[in-house]
Design a protein around this ligand. Structure first.
Ligand SMILES: CC(C)(COP(=O)(O)OP(=O)(O)OC[C@H]1O[C@@H](n2cnc3c(N)ncnc32)[C@H](O)[C@@H]1OP(=O)(O)O)[C@@H](O)C(=O)NCCC(=O)NCCS
Length: 164
């Protein structure tokens, strides 16, 4: 298990690492999920997903997941999906979301060397701005349960993005 320390955009004192069982209760306090964090951990233990946690001053405050089964994306084949990105409300806007996506991308680069896909609700303007800033481009749309989602892809072999 490896953890990386962030030095970008005010996300100092942040470490991103694989989730461990002790993180689940702490995550439920800052990001109530109705049991989803425990399910993510079980999927990670089974090898289906990578479940990463951002720790701020040692406390779990954010999550991101890579789903390795992947999603077929026209023109790209089957791509690993980055999802379940969330940061505790009190800590948003400090670069943690970007840091989590970057950590997920590092796992994708190391394991599949492919692009990554992200789905975001059309109405989630804040997350859409974040993904656009991180270099994700819309390649299509899909119908989700409640709302249309954008299908966003980033070619991870592209030049690294500049520091924020
Ligand atoms: C989307 C989310 C993970 C961003 O986390 P974050 O730590 O604030 O992200 P960063 O600090 O790295 O980047 C902030 C960017 O996110 C966007 N953003 C979305 N919600 C925000 C909020 N409440 N406060 C500040 N920025 C927010 C802004 O566009 C900002 O980009 P900018 O700095 O270029 O304006 C966070 O707002 C969140 O948990 N939202 C609820 C869950 C969600 O919508 N997840 C995405 C599902 S696809």
């Amino acid at each position: 298990m490896d953890g990386t320390r962030a030095h970008d955009g005010g996300a100092d004192d942040v470490v991103v690492r694989d989730a461990v069982p002790a993180d689940v209760a702490a995550l439920e306090r800052v990001l109530p999920s109705g049991g989803d964090h425990a399910r993510q951990l079980a999927n990670a233990a089974a090898g289906r997903r990578t479940f990463l946690v951002a720790l701020h001053e040692g406390v779990p405050v954010g999550t991101v997941v890579v789903r390795w089964a992947g999603v077929p994306v026209t023109g790209h084949g089957v791509l690993p999906e980055i999802g379940s990105l969330a940061v505790a409300p009190a800590l948003r806007g400090r670069g943690l979301g970007g840091r989590l996506v970057a950590a997920a991308e590092e796992r994708v680069s190391a394991r599949t060397g492919t692009a990554a896909v992200i789905h975001v609700a059309v109405g989630n303007a804040g997350a859409r701005r974040l993904y656009a800033r991180l270099g994700y481009r819309e390649v299509g749309r899909r119908r989700a349960a409640d709302e249309q989602e954008l299908v966003l892809v980033r070619d991870l072999s592209a030049a690294p993005r500049p520091p924020r």
